[in-house]
Design a binder for this molecule. Structure first.
Ligand SMILES: *Cc1c(COP(=O)(O)O)cnc(C)c1O
Length: 388
């Protein structure tokens, strides 16, 4: 039997045809018609006016923070339960990440905690002894974890506050194809960020996208991503830019992935449903819930293993080891940022929900090329560890 990976790339004839078209047209070097077309098609798919194709999701986060005017001395609220790239981008611009806990309903940023955090910090920065010396909250990066949107109505309200406008950046790297109240993931904040890394729901081997309704911001992002070169012949620059643009070859692959997006989401959702059905009678195993406000992509199916109820004394690590012995890849849920050595000094608000998800969470194989038989094979191993 072949090894089952967590979320491997899933490409087919569309990607091959488009890639060869890019190759044969000799538009190998950066930019070209596939980049423009990918941006236009992507913007339509996520319901935003502008999309800027970049070399990674991390680059898109970095540029989003620069466009939001975030810099040294500012604070940015990020979920403690996320992949490290979200918090790292805050450090790239010299700001401080404030790590906020998740809610159980979606496993994403707890909107109540975000409102409390922003209110307390607005008050601290603006009034009383030492007024103006405390860092000001400038932005919130909300993550749509494992393909499920955060709760954007209350998050937006918290960011609007009393009109001082904290910028809301949606890190939808894991959520292409998800919706929140029938609106597409990526369109729910002031800017949206996507990743086309090899394990994401749509891949270009590596790549990212920044989406916005603000034409000036999109133009600024394009400029910053190409060394901030002024539109003159002689290589003139009035600010420090980056080399963050997506290549034309990779954009061609991305267009193929987009054509097949809904089938990919449907397969991942079917996989999640199957795991839940097959393991419904196994004590001590529960799954990431789907919040009533949206439709998740189920980028990864994540199960919680409660060692008190599951097979005698068996933990999520035992599940991962048993799967590995059968040549099946599984991984723990994201380790919260407040437990990372690199963020040991970052301010934290709460953390018990993220801790519990990390301690018990296991991500099961969820790739869009999986078959029903593959899902059954994984579930059978999990059941065996549980002693059934
Ligand atoms: C994958 C991911 C990123 C980073 O994307 P890259 O394209 O790998 O740079 C950022 N945030 C989240 C939540 C991710 O899962």
């Amino acid at each position: 039997m072949t090894r089952l990976y967590l979320s491997p790339p899933d490409v087919g004839p569309d990607e091959r045809e488009l890639l060869l078209d890019a190759f044969d047209s000799n538009w190998i070097a950066p930019l070209g018609p596939h980049v423009d077309a990918f941006e236009a098609e992507f913007a339509t798919a996520v319901g935003m006016d502008h999309a800027v194709a970049l070399s990674s999701g991390t680059a898109a986060l970095h540029l989003a923070l620069l466009l939001a005017g975030v810099g040294p001395g500012d604070e940015v609220v990020v979920p403690t339960l996320t992949f490290v790239a979200t918090a790292n981008a805050v450090r790239y611009v010299g700001a401080t990440p404030v790590l906020v806990d998740s809610e159980w309903a979606s496993w994403n940023l707890d909107p109540g905690l975000v409102a409390e955090t922003l209110d307390a910090r607005r008050a601290g920065a603006g009034a009383g002894a030492g007024a103006g010396t405390r860092p000001r909250p400038k932005a919130v990066i909300s993550v749509d974890l494992y393909g499920q949107c955060a709760d954007y109505s209350p998050l937006r309200a918290a960011c609007e506050g009393d009109g001082d406008g904290v910028v809301l950046i949606e890190d939808a790297a894991e959520a292409l194809g998800a919706t929140y109240m029938d609106r597409p993931a990526g369109s729910l904040g002031d800017m949206g960020v996507f990743s086309f890394n090899g394990n994401k729901i749509a891949t270009t081997s590596g790549g990212g996208m920044l989406v916005t309704n603000d034409g000036d911001a999109a133009a600024q992002a394009r400029s910053l991503s190409t060394q901030a070169r002024r539109p003159v012949l002689h290589y003139e620059h009035d600010e420090v830019g980056f080399n963050y643009r997506l290549s034309n070859l990779l954009a061609a692959v991305g267009r193929g992935q987009l054509r097949n997006l809904s089938a990919k989401v449907d397969r991942r959702r079917r996989t999640a449903e199957m795991y839940q059905k097959l393991l419904a009678d196994t004590a001590g195993i529960t799954f990431m819930p789907e919040a009533s406000f949206g439709r998740a992509t189920r980028w990864l199916t994540v199960a919680l293993i409660d060692p008190e109820q599951f097979g005698p004394g068996r933990t999520r690590d035992d599940v991962i080891a048993a799967l590995e012995a059968e040549d099946i890849e599984a991984r723990p849920a994201w380790m919260p940022m407040h437990r990372q050595p690199v963020y040991a000094d970052a301010p934290v608000v709460g953390g018990t929900v993220a801790d519990a998800i990390f301690e018990q969470g296991v991500c099961l194989p969820s790739g869009s090329a999986m078959t029903d038989a593959d899902v059954e094979r994984v579930a059978a191993v999990v059941q065996r560890v549980a002693g059934r």
